[in-house]
Design a protein around this ligand. Sequence first.
Ligand SMILES: [Mn+2]
Length: 344
Amino acid sequence: MDKIKNLERLIAESSAITVAVHTHPDGDALGSGLALAGFLRDCLGKDAVLALPDSQPQSLSFLIEENASIPVLVHTENPVETERRILASSLVICIDLNAFDRTAGLREALAASTAPKVLIDHHLNPDTESFDLVFSTIESSSACEVLFNLLMKTDYLAGSASRLPRHCINALMTGLTTDTNNFANSVFPSTLEMASRLIEAGAERNRILNSLYNCYRENRIRLMGYMLGENLTITPDGVACMILDKAIQERFGFIRGEAEGFVNMPLAIREVRMSILLTEDDGLFRVSIRSKEGTSANTYAKEYFHGGGHELAAGGKLFFPGDIPEAGDAQAYILNTSSKFFRR
Ligand SMILES: [Mn+2]
């Protein structure tokens, strides 16, 4: 049976549907999750909710506010109700993640659910075993793009983006914009075609850009200046490294998500081949890695940071004690592992 028809049948047979996304939700996770839940509710009349492992960063609160008609359950705030809802759903759709592992507190309930499970994603190595139906396109800018192409093929939309409610159109445009770093990375012909069709259908791009990029707290810009001006180091191999430790976080009143995008900036330096941002958490650093064509951020993340991701954009973790004795040894670890990495 045609996969789209299969998805439409699963949706038609379900009343309570839960859409789930990855932990520390970004613009693509929230945008695709809200657009899908919105489509299911407003276009198909389903009882659809969005389940988040934890809440969104402040900079994306505008998306939740603009989609206020969609019920959102946050596991860290309301674990019992969130898990109960997942277990009571007759269909579960995971979007913008490749495995249950990426959903932190939602993981157990997702794995325990006996409902049919659908995956819609663009990450490498989807865990196809855990799902009944998988729509995974690696050659795609974002989960929003994979979702958009699916939605366009449904009987309800029949190729017409303008039949989507405005809040869905804006949510899709938001994820498309953030996952491509405002159309700088991972842009395929289909990406620009989607953008064009969304704008034609009424996407409010100027307002979205303003909400995304011109509404930060002053702290973020001061912190950015400090990280690039004082903290940045560059190894002889062309690996740029910034370490946002607890002391710096305190000094700048840092809140989670506020360093979004910092890791891309050192790539602007000609000699830099790869850029790494370490953000200290309890007993570990969250590691974000970006690379230029010819260097695999994904391989480096896999080999040294228990992580992975896309070829030029990946992430992982660095534990202490464990990978390094203490937080202060992070810099030496980067120097060591990156020089090994480039001398293989
Ligand atoms: Mn994504």
